[in-house]
Design a protein around this ligand. Structure first.
Ligand code: F3S
Length: 63
């Protein structure tokens, strides 16, 4: 699964980092790094992260 984070929306709420720390990493308050090609064993966590993001910045590309 591919993901895109809309960094113009992301406000550094860090729910994604709590829920899927192997995919998302926050540097400072608003510099979010992430792995756009999600490993299979992280799919559920990334779906939870996308649902939990308060500004819906995480876009999932389901295959
Ligand atoms: Fe940003 Fe949403 Fe994560 S605001 S830090 S993508 S929970």
């Amino acid at each position: 699964m591919q993901i895109v984070v809309d960094l113009t929306r992301c406000q550094g709420y860090a729910q994604c980092v709590f829920l899927a720390p192997e995919v998302f990493e926050l540097h400072g308050e608003e510099a979010l790094l992430y792995n756009p090609a999600v490993p299979d064993d992280q799919l559920d966590r990334v779906r939870q992260a996308a649902a939990a993001c308060p500004v819906q910045a995480i876009l999932l590309g389901e295959e």
